[in-house]
Ligand binder design. Structure first.
Ligand code: NDP
Length: 295
């Protein structure tokens, strides 16, 4: 029997209708939410991602501004730009598109973003908050995966989830979010011996390796939920995930496609986090105004 396809496009378009309402309320009662994106260098994939983010902002009514820097821009210029954006009341979310040019210390740049504007959730304070169960902003890709699992009513409590990949932006926060929901979580990496022995015992598998077609049908148990975060371009130009889709879909219970799976959810959750940041800023401004009028 063929798996149920978890459509990221479908869930994302539903969520985006709700997000538009929240943007409308903010714009009518206070101000338009604003997202700033910093793009350094000329990585073609990054340029496409940034264009898509800016387009989606436009569709939802979010004000967005992209700051382009050449690949040889000194780090201090980027840090100065972030400081300006931290202080700009019309900007509620700041995103630094990764990867950065090699001479720039990614950790220093991310740590310079004001925590309340860190809509990617990569600032060390936000990472710590997620790890201790008090997340302010959840990293967008794993947050999107959690929404997909919830939308399709896939149980997590007591289930064995295997996350393949341990990056700071996908694998690790994914594992934390699954753990938070009561799953028993295994994290696999390139160093893991016998990957299949782990994935075969999983109720839920999240693939985030960037290795095309790594997960094949003999590596899963019948009925497993398979989430494919990977985006890989084959020699013929075609996009594919980390999952050998045609074989795995015949054995899995649920599966996400590439494209049209996790990708649209990532952008949607970025929009969600930006709107949430604006809502927090509005609440703070209202409290400050009330305190001011009492003095
Ligand atoms: P990274 O390269 O940072 O991390 C890849 C991880 O996969 C590493 O932890 C690595 O292990 C692990 N890995 C590599 N090969 C194997 C293997 N053979 N077996 C087990 N583990 C392996 O990538 P990202 O996390 O940034 O991204 C992963 C994929 O997801 C990419 O294809 C990326 O394009 C895609 N992506 C998609 C998004 C979306 O919105 N759909 C958003 C973000 C990323 P080790 O640490 O030991 O090297």
């Amino acid at each position: 029997m063929s798996a149920t396809i978890i459509s990221g496009n479908f869930i994302a378009s539903k969520l985006r209708e709700e997000l538009k309402q929240r943007v409308r309320i903010l714009s009518e009662t206070w101000m338009q939410p604003g997202l700033a994106v910093i793009l350094a260098g000329d990585n073609p994939a990054s340029s496409v991602y940034v264009r898509n983010k800016a387009r989606t902002c436009g569709e939802l009514g979010i004000h967005s501004k992209v700051f382009n820097f050449s690949a040889d821009t000194p780090q201090k210029i980027i840090l100065r730009q972030i400081q300006d954006l931290n202080a700009n009341p019309e900007i509620h979310g700041i995103l630094v598109q990764l990867p950065l040019p090699s001479h720039i210390q990614m950790n220093e740049v991310i740590a310079a973003i004001a925590i309340e504007k860190d809509v990617d959730g990569f600032h060390p304070c936000n990472v710590g908050a997620l790890a201790t169960g008090h997340a302010l902003f959840r990293p967008c890709t794993p947050f999107g995966v959690m929404k997909m699992l919830a939308e399709y009513g896939i149980p997590l409590q007591g289930q064995h989830a295997v996350v393949v990949g341990r990056s700071n932006i996908v694998g690790k926060p994914m594992a934390l979010m699954l753990l938070e929901q009561g799953a028993t979580v295994t994290i696999c990496t390139s160093q893991t011996r016998e990957l299949a022995s782990h994935t075969r015992s999983a109720d839920i598998i999240v693939m985030a390796t960037g290795k095309a077609n790594l997960l094949t049908s003999d590596m899963i148990r019948t009925g497993a939920t398979v989430i494919d975060v990977g985006i890989n371009r084959l020699a013929d130009g075609q996009l594919c995930g980390d999952v050998e889709f045609s074989g795995v879909k015949e054995k899995a219970g649920y599966i996400t496609p590439v494209p049209g799976g996790v990708g649209p959810m990532t952008i949607t959750m970025l929009m969600n986090n930006t709107i949430e940041a604006a809502e927090h800023a509005k609440a703070k401004a209202q409290i400050e105004a009330r305190c001011g009028s009492m003095q």
